[in-house]
Design a protein around this ligand. Structure first.
Ligand SMILES: Cc1ncc(COP(=O)(O)O)c(C=O)c1O
Length: 390
């Protein structure tokens, strides 16, 4: 079956953060929304059908997750990530961001140092400061065409840190950290007894030519210090269903983490999220493969357009995720002016790079998970804005 990613869908008036909060976020309600990380494609039919089937049962009472829920997660991890896990190593969480916060609460105490690697997805560093832990920035090194980890700095920082929150694939710079990089992180964290929270929510959205390596899979020792978060939400466009998995091999860490979830009574979760997750993992592979092809074409389309028409704008081609990290520094605008120009002169709703912490100055994040026709309009507007300036 051929899926149609070109279909334009009106998402307004659906309480969509991306669409219906434009006025609140951009002070302009009609920007092309290329910010929040969800996709403008239909959630696939086999997922919608599963949800509708369950919705037709007239009682929406308390539910639990049984083998039907866990087995597809276990099978997916094995088939897609060569990761053999047991059902009892998986803990349901109502989202990956909540899971990061629970891990910070469960495994560290106020004042503890937690390392993050900016520019990075804002809830990652907020989970540290919001719980009065000390934020340690292991800022990524921006090279001409890629981003690298500052291992020298990481070695120093790890000496007295409690935890590292790894983002892999990395949002917003789009790196899929390779085996060598992950091995180095692992070695530093093992030597210094630093726990690793590995946010792998984008792991199933890796572009052709790249691969995702599960951090916890590096060795049994690494698995012992790692808390992994995974979810079907980005890949299958289910973010509104708040359903994710945390996988912890170490039984002590697992028990501690589970206690936090239980104390807050969050383990029950969302009935429709479970149904959708199961359908996604059971039937989603053909859709996922076509999606990646479409996203990769969107990335190439963007790259070709920018190179040809706006050469002063530098784009970091993502290895994973559907976010494009754009470097506007050649234009010489301060961040406020850049943001205003994009919103008010071009009608484009990107995420300001400064939201991602140090290293985001002069950058913007653009979400290209939309029909190509929308992308083409956005790029044309970008060109119109910058054509006279470069
Ligand atoms: C790296 C990363 N982690 C977590 C999330 C959100 O996770 P959730 O919606 O499951 O809380 C996102 C969404 O953009 C993300 O990019």
């Amino acid at each position: 079956m051929k899926y149609n990613f070109d279909k334009l869908i009106d998402r307004t008036h659906t309480s969509s953060v991306k669409y219906d909060l434009r006025q609140a976020f951009f002070e302009k309600g009609d920007v092309i929304p290329m910010w929040v990380a969800d996709m403008d494609f239909e959630t696939p039919g086999f997922i919608r059908e599963a949800v509708i089937r369950r919705a037709e049962h007239p009682v929406y009472g308390y539910t639990f997750r049984d083998t039907d829920y866990y087995q597809p997660v276990v099978a997916w991890m094995q088939s897609h990530h060569d990761w053999i896990i047991r059902r009892d190593e998986i803990i349901f969480t109502p989202g990956v961001v909540p899971a990061i916060n629970f891990a910070v609460m469960a495994f560290t105490k106020p004042g503890d140092k937690i390392i993050v690697q900016p520019p990075v997805y804002p809830p990652i560093y907020r989970a540290v400061s919001d719980h009065d832990r000390r934020l340690i920035y292991n800022q990524l090194i921006c090279q001409e065409d890629t981003y690298l980890i500052d291992f020298g700095l990481l070695e120093e920082q790890a000496k007295d840190a409690a935890m590292l929150i790894l983002c892999n694939p990395h949002n917003p710079v789009g790196r899929c950290w390779n085996s060598e990089e992950l091995e180095k992180i692992a070695q530093i964290c093992l030597e210094n007894k630093v726990l690793v929270f590995s946010d792998e929510i984008h792991a199933d959205l890796v572009m052709p030519g790249f691969s995702h390596r599960v951090f916890a899979c590096l060795s049994p020792g690494v698995a012992e210090i790692t808390i992994t978060a995974h979810a079907p939400s980005k890949t299958f466009n289910l973010a509104g269903l708040s359903t994710s998995s945390v996988i912890i091999s170490n039984p002590m860490l697992r028990a501690t983490f589970s206690q936090v979830i239980e104390k807050m009574h969050l383990g029950m979760g969302n009935l429709f999220g479970s149904v959708a997750s199961t359908a996604a993992y059971l039937f989603g592979e053909p859709w996922r493969l076509q999606l990646i092809e479409y996203l990769d074409d969107n990335i190439t389309f963007t790259e070709t357009y920018i190179r040809k028409n706006i050469p002063a704008l530098h784009m970091f081609r993502p290895e994973g995720t559907y976010m494009i990290w754009l470097d506007f520094r050649n234009f010489g605008f301060d961040d406020k002016t850049l943001k205003n120009k994009l919103i008010h002169d071009a009608g484009l709703g990107f995420n300001p790079g400064t939201d991602f912490g140090p290293g985001g100055e002069g950058f913007m994040r653009m979400n290209i998970a939309c029909p190509r026709a929308t992308l083409a309009i956005a790029l044309e507007r970008l060109w119109e804005l910058f054509s006279g300036i470069s």
